[in-house]
Design a protein around this ligand. Sequence first.
Ligand code: VGL
Ligand code: ZN
Length: 211
Amino acid sequence: MASQMDSRSALIVIDVQNDFCPGGALAVTDGDAIIPEINRLSGQYPHIVLTQDWHPPDHASFAVNQAGGVPFQSIPLEYGEQTLWPVHCVQDTPGAAFHPALDTSHAQLIVRKGFRAAIDSYSAFFENDHATATGLNGYLQDHGVRNVVLAGLATDYCVAWSAMDAIRLGFDTTVILSACRAIDLDGSLDRQLRKMNDGGVRLMLNSRYSG
Ligand code: VGL
Ligand code: ZN
């Protein structure tokens, strides 16, 4: 892997928001435990991007907005299977804010996603139709980024989907697993780890590695 200060390397921090941390509406176990490692990392990359899950109250991924919808069950929508979630990360609410311990000072770009009611967006690159771009690819291309390093929440949803899209777009892609935590729904963590590994994502456990 290219060194961290290589001008072609970007750290993408996925959804470190109050609702995904303990006490939040869609809390990931120990979600806040990754923040010190992410803060350490963020001083070490020339390009830092944060993503923010940013839903309107009538978002299609909220179980309450689907007739008979049950949180954590999956239903078919126009663009494919969609897992239904508790209401979370509603625009301009405290739950959608970055966790107060996250050092956001180094970030040049914040990508908001999932802001259209009819479609979810797990990935930082594409909405869940795998076709509608967020603009992040263009931003990274414009800045000459070739290596993408991912950390944040949740390993098996927004991190994994972002990593698979990064591979598809041709980036050298690393996920720092020690700086991620998973939702792990029905074996989703194992499934997504295997998918990332088979897809060519470098899965690392220690952020201090910089070979
Ligand atoms: C996420 C479920 C719903 C995530 C976002 O950040 O992984 N998961 N919205
Ligand atoms: Zn969401």
